[in-house]
Design a protein around this ligand. Structure first.
Ligand code: FAD
Length: 413
């Protein structure tokens, strides 16, 4: 039995691996390169980094499956990750992230903030991000740590942002706390090497899928950008579903991101020594900077591997800027902070579909499109882009196991 999978990100590669282990003939069609969002940025200097940090965070007891799968290909090292946020825009004033009650002591108007906090309702199941946060922490903390950051990250007003992830993303500890409670792991091998090894037994076709050839409820073949026709028995999609429908004339909006990966020489480390990344809830064009000294490569003293994340929409000015602009932006930020730096090598990586937009209009559009795609009896879909859900590697691996179970059960009937 043959299965063709669209997309060679973690969703497509995991599913390809599991299906080929179960005896299926698997073809993967990939428009760009194996790895998707997990593909590393490689520097000419011989070092590398993720395109924004990719950590495997999962609870070892409850969500063991992702750890078990990755451990077949690489050792995984457990880390306690710490982050800071910089609400005043200066690296000399790091505040705890997750935002802690201890942060309040850093402000001159701490008494007022404490009063607001006392009057706040606490955790609720408010539908929109601004209400959720305001009810939990009051107006001042919300405005200083969350409001601008959220608008910058998503490109929409926080009063329109909805979802079931607030609770998971926002905790409010008393003091500095590590970033993930359950556990955060990082592979010894590069993600791309792991994914390539997973799909060793699959055929990979490098082409973009542009549409479907169908007969009623069945898909007969995929049509590709180069004019190929790829026939098969079953299909799995991990891409934007609007590519797969003809009758509905809507496209889905995703939040995009330009990720600057930079190998720099600098007069000092940007963050306190135990901290790996910083959030910037102010007017800088980026949201987060990460220092990759947790990766298994030995970076010379005085040199740093960084990523700087610039959220935007495809077509924005920021999206179209050239690599030099991003280098200059980073260097002028560092200069403002009193850090003397030179870029040894860099790449500005573009991720057009980094995040599904958590706003009602887009979710409704997705449901309309997905309704049509799900009518095909020999098509399955999974992954962050295809299900339009704000999910993580651990969830995608779980979805891959479930998809393979569904396929196997249906074929057995
Ligand atoms: C900044 C950032 C940080 C993140 N950090 C973490 C983290 O720390 N931990 C975590 O668990 N998750 C993290 N994530 C989420 C994680 O990266 C994604 O959930 C995951 O990589 C998505 O995998 P996927 O296979 O669903 O999609 P993708 O990786 O996007 O793969 C889809 C593939 O399909 C291909 N494709 C697209 N269109 C076509 C076409 N028409 N024809 C053929 N192929 C096509 C693409 O080229 C791509 O290779 C982060 C995401 C971002 C943006």
């Amino acid at each position: 039995m043959g299965v063709t999978i669209i997309g060679a990100g973690v969703a497509g590669c995991t599913t390809g691996y599991l299906l080929s282990q179960n005896g299926y003939d698997v073809t993967i069609v990939e428009k760009d390169a194996v790895g998707g969002l997990l593909r590393e940025i490689e520097f000419d200097t011989g070092y590398h980094c993720d395109s924004a940090p990719h950590l495997l965070f999962y609870d070892e007891e409850e969500e063991a499956v992702v750890g078990e799968l990755f451990s077949e290909f690489t050792d995984l090292e457990r880390h306690d990750f710490y982050a800071k946020t910089y609400p005043t825009g200066t690296l000399e004033e790091p505040h705890d992230y997750p935002v802690s009650r201890a942060n309040i002591d850093r402000w001159d108007d701490g008494d007022r903030i404490r009063e607001e906090l006392e009057n706040a309702e606490g955790k609720t199941d408010a539908d929109y991000f601004d209400q959720y946060m305001l009810k939990q922490v009051g107006p001042t903390l919300y405005e200083r740590y969350n409001e601008n950051y959220t608008e910058k990250h998503w490109g929409v007003e926080p009063s329109r942002i909805t979802g079931d992830w607030f609770d998971f993303k926002i905790s409010f500890p008393d003091d500095e706390d590590s970033f993930f409670d359950g556990g955060a792991f990082y592979p010894d091998e590069k993600y791309t090497s792991v994914l390539k090894e997973m799909i060793e037994d699959c055929d990979v076709v490098f082409d973009g899928v542009s549409g479907l050839e169908t007969d009623g409820d069945r898909i007969l073949a995929l049509e590709t950008e180069s004019g190929q026709r790829l026939e098969d028995d079953l299909f799995v999609s991990t891409i934007d579903p609007s590519f797969l429908v003809d009758d509905i004339d809507v496209s889905l909006n995703y939040r995009s991101m330009v990720i600057l990966g930079a190998h720099v020489e600098a007069s000092e480390r940007l963050f306190p020594s135990h901290v790996n990344w910083g959030y910037f809830p102010n007017d800088y064009e980026f949201t987060r900077i990460t220092d990759y000294d947790f990766t298994p490569q030995s970076i010379p003293e005085g040199e740093y591997i960084l990523t700087v994340e610039f959220p935007c929409f495809v077509g924005d000015d920021l999206w179209s800027r050239d690599a030099e602009w991003f280098d200059d932006y980073l260097l002028s930020f560092l200069d403002e902070q009193g850090v003397d730096a030179t870029v040894l090598d860099s790449e500005a990586r573009r991720a057009p579909r980094a995040y599904p937009l958590p706003v009602e209009e887009e979710i409704q559009k997705f449901e309309l499109i997905n309704g049509q795609v799900s009518e095909y009896e020999n098509m399955h879909n999974l992954g962050r882009v295809s299900t339009y859900e704000y999910i993580w590697i651990k969830d995608i691996v779980q979805q891959a196991y479930e998809t393979v179970e569904e396929i196997t059960a249906a074929v057995a009937q």
